[in-house]
Ligand binder design. Structure first.
Ligand code: ZN
Length: 393
C-alpha cells in the first residue's frame, strides 16, 4: 500500500468533540463496526459507535480506521546507513562495517536522516516506537520527532554506565543492554535493576545469532575471537547457563517489563522460559533474513502462549521502518498464521511490549485519540484484515 494513501489523524488535548467516520472501524483485530465512527474529545477516545450523528462528523472515506502502527524495535540513529552495509559477508563482517560506516557519518547527516525517517514513519501511520540508540545524537531530537514511546540508551561492554531515566508526557527515556555476548553479566544486571527501580521497560537483543549461542555455551568460537581481537576481556564473565535465554533468566533479566528482541536461535525450553516469565518478545523477521538467512519460529512461540510484537531493526539491515511491510512479510512467510494475529503483532502486542497498552493498540474508550486511516475495503471483516496484513490497497 502506497504510504501516501494512508492518513494518520492525531488529536490534541483541548480539542472539541468530533466524530471520525469510515467504512469500517477496527476496534481490534477481531472486533469491528461497519459504517461507524470514533468519538474523540481532546486527545481521548470517548466511544466507538455505529450511529452517525448529524454534526461534527469528519468523513474519512470508505476504508478503515484503526489504531496506529507500533514499531517496537528500531534504531533511528542508523538511518543514514540505508543500503550501505552489505549483508552477504556474514554477520560479524556486517557488524564491523556498520561500526566503521556509522563512525564516518557526519553529525548533521545523521540528524537529517533521523528526522526524515521519523517523518516518513509518521506519514505511514506509526506513532509509538521502541527506539534503541547507542550514541547521543537522537536523544535531544526526540521531543520534535512526532513519535511517542520508549527511547532506550543502549550499553555494551564491561563498564557500568551512568544511566538517565526521564519521562516527558508520552516519551520515556530508559536503558537497554545490547546482548548477552557483547555485554558483561554485571553490566546487564545493573541495567535491568536500574530499569526496574525506575519502573521502566528494559530491552535486550537476545538469541539472535549462532555466534552468540556458541559463545554463551562455551566462551569459545568466532565471537570469542572477535571480542579478544577488540581487547575485551571476558574471562571473568559469570555465565552459568547454556543458552542466551537461560543465561538472561539466570541474571534476573527476564520478566513482564523486558523486551527480548529477535529470539532467532531458541530451544523449546527457551520459549517455555520466555512464556513463563512473561517476557515480551519482539521479532524483526526481515532483518533476520537479511543478516542471518533465517526466520524465527513464530508458530511455535504462539503455541507456547507468547504474543510477539514486531520491529523493523534499522535501515542498515531492513529496507523500511514500516510495520505494514513487516506484517506483509510475516503473512507471506508464515501462511498458517491467522491474519488477525499478525495485525495484533503490529498494534496491540507492540503496545503491550512497550507497556503502553492502556494508551494505544486498540480503539477503546479512554485510549489515545490518534487514528490511522487506510484506504482498504473488503466484503467481510476477515477479508479486510487479510488485505491489510497483505499490505494491499
Ligand atoms: Zn536491533
Amino acid at each position: 500500500m502506497d504510504t501516501h494513501s494512508r492518513k494518520l489523524i492525531c488529536s490534541k488535548p483541548g480539542e472539541p468533540a468530533r466524530f471520525h467516520r469510515a467504512g469500517r472501524i477496527l476496534v481490534d483485530p477481531w472486533t469491528s463496526v461497519e459504517n461507524g465512527c470514533v468519538e474523540i474529545a481532546g486527545n481521548r477516545i470517548i466511544s466507538v459507535r455505529s450511529y452517525i450523528p448529524q454534526s461534527d462528523v469528519i468523513d474519512h472515506g470508505p476504508g478503515v480506521l484503526m489504531s496506529p502502527l507500533v514499531n517496537a524495535h528500531l534504531h533511528l540513529e542508523l538511518s543514514a546507513l540505508s543500503d550501505s552495509v552489505p549483508f552477504d559477508q556474514g554477520f560479524r563482517a556486517w557488524v564491523r562495517q556498520l561500526l566503521e560506516k556509522r563512525a564516518a557519518v557526519p553529525e548533521q547527516e545523521m540528524i537529517r536522516t533521523v528526522e526524515s525517517a521519523a517523518r516518513k514513519m509518521n506519514r505511514s501511520g506509526h506513532v509509538w516506537v521502541g527506539d534503541i540508540a547507542s550514541l547521543d545524537t537522537v536523544r535531544p531530537l526526540v521531543p520534535h520527532l512526532g513519535l511517542k514511546g520508549h527511547f532506550f540508551q543502549e550499553f555494551l561492554g564491561v563498564r557500568q554506565p551512568d544511566v538517565d531515566f526521564r519521562k516527558e508526557a508520552d516519551l520515556t527515556f530508559g536503558v537497554a543492554g545490547h546482548a548477552p555476548h557483547t555485554t558483561s553479566p554485571d553490566v546487564l544486571t545493573f541495567l535491568k535493576q536500574a530499569a526496574r527501580s525506575n519502573h521502566a521497560v528494559f530491552s535486550i537483543h537476545l538469541a539472535e545469532s549462532i555466534d552468540e549461542s556458541e559463545f554463551i555455551r562455551s566462551r569459545k568460537g568466532a565471537w570469542a575471537d572477535f571480542l579478544t581481537a577488540r581487547g575485551i576481556d571476558f574471562s571473568t564473565w559469570k555465565i552459568k547457563a547454556g543458552t542466551p535465554v537461560a543465561h538472561a533468566r539466570s541474571l534476573g533479566l527476564l520478566d513482564e517489563s523486558t523486551i527480548g528482541v529477535h529470539l532467532l536461535d531458541t530451544t523449546d525450553e527457551d520459549l517455555d522460559i520466555l512464556a513463563r516469565t512473561g517476557t515480551k518478545v519482539c521479532l524483526c523477521p526481515r532483518s533476520n533474513q537479511n543478516l542471518h538467512n533465517r526466520l524465527p519460529r513464530i508458530e511455535k512461540m504462539m503455541e507456547k502462549g507468547i504474543k510477539p510484537a514486531l520491529g523493523t531493526d534499522s535501515l542498515a539491515s531492513c529496507p523500511s521502518l514500516d510495520i505494514l511491510d513487516e506484517m506483509a512479510y510475516v503473512h507471506r512467510h508464515y501462511p498458517a498464521l491467522d491474519p488477525g494475529d499478525i495485525l495484533a503483532m503490529g498494534t496491540i502486542n507492540g503496545a503491550h511490549a512497550l507497556g503502553v497498552a492502556s494508551k494505544t493498540g486498540t480503539l477503546e474508550p479512554g485510549k489515545s485519540g490518534d487514528l490511522l486511516y487506510l484506504p482498504v475495503t473488503a466484503q467481510t471483516p476477515k477479508a479486510l484484515i487479510e488485505r491489510i496484513v497483505s499490505n494491499e490497497s
